[in-house]
Design a protein around this ligand. Structure first.
Ligand code: SF4
Length: 324
C-alpha cells in the first residue's frame, strides 16, 4: 500500500513531478515540460494482446507528434523461449526528440543520494528487460530511440518525497540478451516429451501427473526453494541422483565437468580425474589441507587428553582428588 501510494504521488498531476525529476537527472538540456504539454494516453484495452497493441500505438503516435508523453503502466511483449511474455513497467516517458525512457518507481529509500546496492541491481535487471521489449517496438517506429539509462525513483531519505537517480543498464541488457538466446525453445522441450504428456490437472490422476513431471528434466538449485512449487520434488530428485546442483549454483559452477558428489569425492581422493584439470587439482589440494587439519586436530586432542589423564592420576595443588 505504501508503494502504491508513493507511485500515485510520483505520477500525480499528469506526471509533473516525474517530468521534473527526469529533466533534472537525465539533463541533456531538455527543458521541463508544463503539465498541459504532457500527453497521458489511455492504454486500456481487452486482453494482453490488446493492451500491448494499444501501448505500441500510443508510443508511435507520441513519437510521430514530437510530443512529451507519459505512458502509465504500458504493456510490452517480449518473446521468451518462443512464447510471448508480457511485461508492465511502472512508466515509460516519450520525449519530443523521440527518446523513450523506462521509469521504475520503488518504495525502498534513497538515503543521501544512494540506495541499497542489491535492490538497485535487481531494479536494473528488471528495467533492462523492459528496455529490451521496448526496442522491439522502437524498431517499427520511425525516429524512436530507447534510452539505455533508466530513471529509478525512490522515496528521499526517510520521507515520502520522491527523488531519482539514473541507472545505466547496458551491462544488464547484454547479459539478458545472451541469456534469452541460450534458452531452450518451448517447442523443442515439448518435442522431447513422450507422446500424450500433459500437465492438465483436470484430466489426469496424481500418478499420471507425477509421471509427466518426472519426464521433464530439471535444473534444481537451492534458490528454487524460494520461488517454485516443485522445489521439494526437484530437490529429492537431485539428492537421489547425487547431483552437485543440490549444493548450490556457485558450487556447481566451480566443479566444471564433475556433476555428481561421488565423482567429486573420487577426484578429491585421487581415484579419478585428470590432475591437469584445475578443478581436480583444487579439489586434491583442498582434500590434502583437510587431512592435515584433521591430523593436527587429532594430535592436539591426544595431547590434551594425555595431560588431563596425567593430572587426574595424582594430587594437584595439594588436592588429593585432582580438581580440574
Ligand atoms: S524447483 Fe522449479 S525452477 Fe527449480 S528445477 Fe524444479 S521445476 Fe525448475
Amino acid at each position: 500500500m505504501r508503494g502504491n501510494a508513493f507511485e500515485a504521488r510520483v505520477k500525480a498531476d499528469g506526471g509533473t513531478e516525474l517530468m521534473r525529476l527526469l529533466a533534472d537527472r537525465l539533463g541533456e538540456g531538455v527543458p521541463v515540460p508544463g503539465p498541459d504539454e504532457v500527453l497521458v494516453p489511455d492504454l486500456a484495452a481487452a486482453g494482453p494482446e490488446g493492451r500491448t497493441a494499444r501501448t505500441a500505438l500510443a508510443l508511435r503516435e507520441a513519437t510521430e507528434a514530437g510530443a512529451w508523453a507519459l505512458l502509465d503502466h504500458p504493456l510490452l511483449a517480449l518473446e521468451v523461449a518462443g512464447s510471448p511474455a508480457y511485461l508492465e513497467p511502472d512508466a515509460v516517458v516519450v520525449r519530443p526528440d523521440g527518446r523513450w525512457t523506462v521509469v521504475e518507481i520503488k518504495s525502498f529509500p534513497m538515503i543521501d543520494g544512494s540506495a541499497d546496492a542489491a535492490k538497485v541491481g535487481a531494479a536494473a535487471r528488471q528495467a533492462a528487460v523492459y528496455v529490451l521489449a521496448l526496442e522491439r517496438v522502437a524498431e517499427l517506429t520511425r525516429g524512436a530511440e530507447v534510452g539505455h539509462r533508466v530513471l529509478l525513483v525512490c522515496p528521499k531519505d526517510f520521507s515520502n518525497l520522491p527523488t531519482a537517480s539514473v541507472v545505466d543498464v547496458r551491462k544488464q541488457l547484454s547479459v539478458t540478451r545472451r541469456q534469452l538466446t541460450r534458452l531452450a525453445r518451448i517447442e523443442d522441450i515439448a518435442d522431447s516429451l513422450p507422446e500424450g504428456t500433459t500437465f492438465d490437472i483436470g484430466r489426469r490422476t496424481g500418478e499420471e501427473l507425477a509421471g509427466a513431471v518426472e519426464s521433464v528434466s530439471a535444473a534444481y538449485a537451492p534458490e528454487c526453494l524460494a520461488a517454485c512449487e516443485l522445489a521439494f520434488h526437484c530437490r529429492s530428485r537431485a539428492r537421489a541422483a547425487d547431483a552437485v546442483e543440490a549444493l548450490g549454483r556457485s558450487v556447481r559452477g566451480e566443479l566444471g565437468a564433475l556433476t555428481t558428489v561421488p565423482e567429486v569425492l573420487a577426484a578429491a581422493h585421487g581415484e579419478a580425474g585428470d590432475p591437469a584439470d584445475p578443478t581436480v587439482a583444487a579439489l586434491r589440494r583442498a582434500a590434502a589441507l583437510r587431512a592435515q587439519a584433521l591430523a593436527f586436530a587429532g594430535r592436539a586432542e591426544g595431547a590434551l587428553t594425555g595431560r588431563l589423564a596425567g593430572k587426574s592420576a595424582g594430587p594437584v595443588d595439594g588436592k588429593a582428588d585432582g580438581c580440574h
